[in-house]
Design a binder for this molecule. Structure first.
Ligand code: NAP
Length: 478
């Protein structure tokens, strides 16, 4: 459900990396395709001392670098919407000039905080003081929303002091991805999956988020974060919630988020032996040698760059079905996918041939595709009985839906922020349920004295992570 369309967008951190790589190109693409409200003005702000002209130049360069040429139609229209107001959010007096610059926003004001979360509290206090947090104002926040439950509550409380929950848009950019939304379509726009989507028919689920990159110059950030908090707490638990949730009554913010939070609250606290952590050492990725994490960092560290978990959702639908999650840096390939492994058929009538259980693979990146593996007869005559083989029923989305533009996740999310639709944003109770589960894992690691096991860059993590699944007779999908 959408609210009123904002007439102004105020972008904090407008000169930063996220703004240049994602937000400005996404806004430009939305403008080019006629999605932005006709009179929407976009005000950028950061400390850098730019004027409107310099900011437009920065935006033009960002769009030319990060948006394909065929999506850059009417860039002039986009650039004309832009203005800029310098502001150091730690100096409260600067907010008066910002308010003056923003001026009236008759349709409402959408605010996007693309700055470090340590600046959120001061920013929100400044906005409230100068009247930019009033009824028509919505606010969007980038991750990380805290580093544990307590710090997340502090951020959430600071935001709640000025904005009610129905005007807070917490971003998990995975929810803006086409394939992630397609998972919802697959489950709830087709009849054939729902009767099978439970513990009777599903053996286990795997979720993998693999990166090939290492530290990327973000040592300070990563040293205080690690793989569990960087990837599992947010993106992977959101994917798990979408796979496991009950059918919502409608595709609207309330019903969808009600169902997701039930799953997150049903996550069973992990027990000893249900998690493995790792840290990469030097090795080859994509044919090139890369140094180990500690070498990149320049000192020893006990931060995990890999984690594998065996999770359970304690409810009727998922009783006894493990959800294996793994994520790591310096893996052999960049890959995000969900694998739903069905159970074996109860009885085989094919005496000579082995049957394999069906498997649904939902590829999220780099390839967006859905593959259902089925058993089929191998053509030919055979007196010893029918030969069978596993064959993929492949829905390569890019091919099946060719002619439709694949959009940047932030295009969806910015448009929803401007139009006031919270369905693809994370509610406070979800974030807090996520942190509660993650904090318990970290407490367990501390209790057990668990330290990351080394793995070679370019491998799929420590061998213990393979054992974690193989103990149950499960192989990671590769
Ligand atoms: P960044 O490149 O460091 O940009 C930070 C922005 O904040 C810059 O525009 C900076 O501009 C501004 N800023 C810093 N201090 C300020 C102050 N005191 N007052 C006003 N503005 C200030 O960071 P980023 O990578 O864009 O990330 C922004 C947020 O998004 C962070 O919370 C990050 O965790 C999150 N995020 C980023 C990515 C990504 O891919 N980059 C992905 C997911 C989440 P000036 O220096 O001109 O002030």
């Amino acid at each position: 459900m959408t609210g009123t369309k904002a007439s102004k967008l105020l972008l904090f951190g407008a000169t930063g990396d996220l703004a240049q790589r994602m937000l400005l190109p996404s806004l430009s693409a939305l403008a080019a395709d006629g999605f932005l409200p006709e009179r929407l003005g976009i005000i950028g702000t950061a400390r850098s001392d730019l004027d409107d002209h310099a900011f437009r130049n920065l935006a033009r360069a960002a769009v030319e670098t990060h948006l394909p040429a065929n999506r850059r139609a009417s860039m002039a229209d986009f650039l004309n919407r832009l203005s800029y107001q310098p502001l150091d959010v730690t100096a409260p007096e600067g907010f008066d000039a910002l308010a003056e610059r923003v001026g009236e926003a008759p349709g409402g004001l959408s605010i996007f905080l693309s700055t470090a979360p340590s600046l959120f509290e001061q920013t929100i206090a400044g906005l409230a003081r100068v009247g930019l947090a009033g009824d028509g104002a919505r606010i969007s926040l980038e991750k990380p929303l805290g580093h544990d439950l307590a710090s997340s509550c502090t951020i959430n409380d600071a935001v709640a002091a000025a904005f009610p929950e129905e005007r807070i848009f917490r971003i998990d950019h995975y929810l803006g991805k086409e394939t992630v939304q397609n998972l919802i379509a697959l489950r709830f726009a087709n009849l054939m999956f729902e009767p099978l989507w439970n513990a009777r028919h599903i053996d286990h689920v795997q979720i993998t988020v693999a990166e090939t990159v290492g530290l990327e110059g973000r040592a300070d950030f990563y040293e205080n974060t690690g793989a569990l908090r960087d990837m599992v707490q947010n993106h992977m638990l959101q994917l798990l919630a979408l796979v496991a949730m009950e059918p919502p009554v409608s595709f609207d913010a309330g019903p969808v988020r009600d169902e997701k939070v039930k799953v997150l609250r049903a996550l069973r606290p992990l027990k000893a032996g249900e998690s493995v952590t790792g840290q990469y050492r030097g090795g080859a990725v994509g044919g090139a040698f890369v140094p180990g994490y500690d070498e990149e960092l320049g000192r020893d560290s006990e931060v995990e760059t890999f984690v594998a978990l065996k999770a359970h959702v304690d409810n009727w639908r998922w009783h006894g079905v493990p959800f294996y999650l793994r994520t790591g840096k310096r893996m052999p390939q960049r890959l995000t996918e969900i694998v739903v492994q069905f159970r074996c058929i109860p009885h085989s009538i094919f005496k000579q041939a082995r049957t394999h259980p069906n498997r649904l693979v939902i590829g999220i990146q780099p390839r967006e595709n859905i593959t259902l593996s089925l058993m089929a007869k191998v053509p030919g005559l055979d007196r010893r009985g029918m030969s069978l083989r596993q064959v993929p029923l492949d829905i390569a989305l890019a091919d099946a839906l060719s002619g439709r533009e694949r959009r940047i996740a932030y295009e969806r999310l910015l448009l929803d922020l401007i139009e006031g639709d919270q369905t693809l944003f994370v509610r406070r109770d979800e974030v807090e349920a996520q942190w509660r589960w993650i904090d318990a894992i970290r407490a367990l690691w501390q209790e057990e004295g668990l330290t990351p096991r080394p793995y070679s860059a370019g491998s799929w993590g420590p061998s213990a992570s393979i054992a974690l699944a193989e103990r149950d007779g499960v192989s990671w999908h590769e």
